[in-house]
Ligand binder design. Structure first.
Ligand code: MSP
Length: 647
């Protein structure tokens, strides 16, 4: 019986730039969206899951030119590879939108016209600092160290006639949205950043380009093409047929969640809602920003040559092992470091040892002690009650974690059940029961309980690892039935299923050997970012030295230049109920207004002192970072709430 529909659920990934093959960072986002889509389907929602590609813009045009092909030929080839990757990974998307598809092109033009007719678009001249790879104009104050704040590359002055979107018209409504609908953007630190960004004053947004032509023509002036972000963001509704074929739109819009990387949260929570306000359409319910997968402390990018190819990992370890690792290892919203070693260790400990062993031990014992058939339940005794409670209680805990996109916690909850079942084998010692004919009834009861535990686990892992779930169910004689989520809350459903032990679902890996193989396959990936140069560090300290520091999280309320010293900035930092004035020598790295709203870590028990006549109580922590060979100083930030000790 199919679960009763709980209503609709519309989830989207960003549409990826087909400038090159996708790497594991992109895969991470799509795997999360897929797990959530499968999970909601299992709960009985009518799910729509959209992904796609963002194919226009100067960057693609330039790459295609260099490759000696037309932009369309170029993107067609890369997009084929992306579709193949998602198909190989069995990503369960319902629609794949390409921004070059006629359905999208005509609808974007309609949307542009609507915004124009509503009086929100005007023609002007744009002069600004342009980052070509990011297709973004920046103001002087937004640059970091004079470079693009998103990618750190140099920007150049550019000027052109252009159409503008009067986004500032919607500032008040945007602020109201952030303040009245806290769920729209989580966590709080990101929301504060966006509020600070809007409060700083929104400049009208340049939404057309005339210096290149690989884009959707502006419908009222064909010399221009539509700015790539306006083109891209609308995909979430053009894919639903807005405005001319609105059936799906009426059914699924507004989106329940736009899942995006943290660097594009601003586009999704400021520009996109303002565009929807301009065309009088409802806003998405939630935008969730995930962290980046880093390698050697930096973001993966083809130009740095440090990307991890998901295809190589799937070929070697299988789809489910990779999906499990990505969902289990990283905390949603935070950056995480990818290393082969951590991945392999997790695959061995959680998959080969915990899950794999549980299934293979149980299947062989049922074959050996029960003639290959799952026995009926026996009288409850010993650890049975605890096993049942842990397993049947897991589904609702998984639901709670998934509600908050805590994939790692959801999986951990399932693994609590798996480890409980393994412990149950050690506690009940079936091999000893098997030696004594008078214990046959208990032995059967134990085997039944283990089969039940595995049945429940197979349901719980289904949204995350559907092939493994199916394989386990097949080995346990359950292969003919579709897993139903509600069945994970009930014990004692099995009796008489024929068990057939198969190959190990996750073979144990020889980590040393695998590391060698992977470094051969991936080349540079495990080398240090600075090409092997050792870090130059200060003298080593002992724990007692470190323990003297009282570290607190604070929020920067305001920041001004020091009246007498060019290198110093004067911050007002809120920590709990207290507001502290702290002076730091970072004026060359940050514009004061860019720091407002940031969560920082403060040494709160540092003796106060005056710096060029201005009192400073405490110290804000900064750390050196090397990006693309350039050293820069960065805030130590956190997503925690104010006033917490950092331990
Ligand atoms: N085309 C835009 C999105 C438009 S959505 C209307 C874009 N494309 S992208 O290909 O550059 O990035 C797509 C997504 O991949 C972003 O959400 C980005 O954060 C994510 N990732 C790219 N590299 C990543 C990691 N190393 N780690 C995690 N996610 C990363 O932006």
């Amino acid at each position: 019986m199919a679960a009763q529909s709980k209503g609709k659920y519309y989830i989207t990934t960003p549409i990826y730039y087909p400038s090159d093959n996708l790497h594991i960072g992109h895969t991470y986002c799509t795997v999360m969206a897929d797990a959530m889509a499968r999970f909601k389907r299992a709960l009985g929602y009518d799910v729509r899951f959209l992904t796609g590609t963002d194919e226009h813009g100067q960057k693609i045009q330039t790459i295609a030119q260099k490759a000696g092909v037309s932009p369309q030929e170029y993107v067609d080839k890369v997009v084929d590879g992306i579709v193949e990757l998602w198909d190989r990974m069995e990503i369960s998307y319902d629609d794949f939108i390409r921004t070059t598809q006629p359905r999208h092109v005509k609808r974007v033009q309609e949307i542009f016209k609507k915004m124009y007719e509503n009086g929100d678009i005007y023609k002007g001249e744009y002069e600004g600092l342009y980052c070509t790879p990011c297709e973004s104009f920046w103001t002087e104050s937004q640059l970091v160290d004079g470079k693009c704040p998103d990618c750190g590359r140099p920007v150049e002055k550019a000027k052109e006639e252009a159409y503008f979107f009067q986004i500032s018209k919607y500032s008040d409504r945007l602020l109201k949205l952030f303040k009245e609908q806290p769920d729209f953007l989580q966590p709080e630190s990101r929301r504060n950043e966006m509020i600070a960004f809007v409060e700083q004053g929104l400049e009208d947004l340049c939404i057309s380009r005339s210096s290149f032509d690989w884009g959707i023509p502006v419908p009222i002036d064909e010399k221009h093409v539509i700015y790539v972000w306006l083109d891209a963001l609308t995909n979430y509704i053009t894919a639903l047929g807005y405005p001319d074929e609105p059936d799906l739109y009426e059914k699924y819009w507004p989106a329940d969640v736009h899942l995006v990387g943290k660097e594009i949260v601003r586009f999704h929570t400021i520009i996109w809602p303002a565009m929807l306000m301009s065309i009088n359409e409802p806003l998405p319910r939630q935008v969730l920003g995930h962290g980046w997968l880093l390698i050697d402390g930096g973001k993966m990018s083809k130009s740095k040559g440090n990307v991890v190819d998901p295809v190589k990992l799937i070929d070697r370890y299988g789809i489910d092992a990779l999906k499990y690792f990505l969902l289990r290892e990283y905390t949603f919203g935070q950056d995480g470091v990818f290393t082969n070693e951590v991945m392999l260790k997790r695959m061995n400990s959680d998959l080969a040892n915990d899950l794999g062993n549980l299934v293979s031990r149980t299947a062989s014992m049922i074959e050996k002690y029960c003639g290959g058939y799952v026995p009926d339940k026996g009288a409850e005794e010993g650890p049975d009650g605890d096993l049942m409670a842990t397993l049947t209680g897991a589904a609702s805990k998984v639901e709670d974690h998934m509600e908050q996109f805590k994939f790692n916690m959801a999986l951990e909850e399932i693994w609590v059940g798996i480890r409980r079942a393994n412990k149950y084998i050690d506690e009940t010692e079936p091999w000893i029961l098997a030696k004594d004919g008078s214990c046959k009834e208990r032995l059967d009861g134990v085997m039944h309980n283990l089969a039940e535990a595995i049945r429940i686990i197979s349901i719980l892992i289904h949204p995350f690892m559907h092939s493994t779930s199916a394989e386990i169910r097949k080995q346990m004689g359950l292969w003919f039935a579709e897993p139903q989520w509600e069945d994970a809350t009930v014990f004692h459903m099995m009796n008489g299923e024929q068990v057939k032990k198969g190959d190990a679902i996750f073979p144990r890996l020889d980590i040393e050997k695998e590391l060698e193989e992977l470094s051969k396959l991936n080349g540079k990936q495990d080398e240090p970012a600075d090409g092997g140069k050792a870090l130059e560090l200060k003298e080593e300290i002992v724990y007692e030295d470190f323990d003297k520091l009282d570290l607190r999280v604070g929020t920067i309320l305001s920041c001004d230049k020091h009246p007498k010293a060019d290198k110093l900035l004067v911050f007002q930092v809120k920590m709990g109920t207290e507001t502290r004035q702290i002076v730091s020598g970072v004026a060359q790295y940050y514009e004061p207004e860019d720091t407002v709203g940031m969560k920082v870590v403060v040494v709160a028990n540092l003796k106060p002192r005056k710096l060029r006549g201005v009192e400073s109580k405490g110290m804000i922590l900064f750390a050196d970072n090397v990006v693309d060979g350039n050293e820069r100083v960065e805030f130590v930030t956190t997503v925690a709430d104010d006033g917490n000790a950092v331990t």
